[in-house]
Design a protein around this ligand. Sequence first.
Ligand SMILES: [Zn+2]
Length: 74
Amino acid sequence: MDFYLRTRATTDAAIDRDVERSCTSKQPYASEAEARAVMAMNGMKLFTYHCRYCDCWHLTRRPTSSSAPDIIDE
Ligand SMILES: [Zn+2]
């Protein structure tokens, strides 16, 4: 039981760091269309991806299809 709690806390901390990196530093968008609209408005060449943590869309410099095969939304 003690081991289980420790393991779970470690996992949660790792996820928190991941969320902090991907979510708090990026603007969340309610839809891919909104993300693309903002990107076009600012003349940016970025990629959109759906975030599994905050359930919003983010923009990223890297294409997510090849570098993150675990993201299979759509
Ligand atoms: Zn996010």
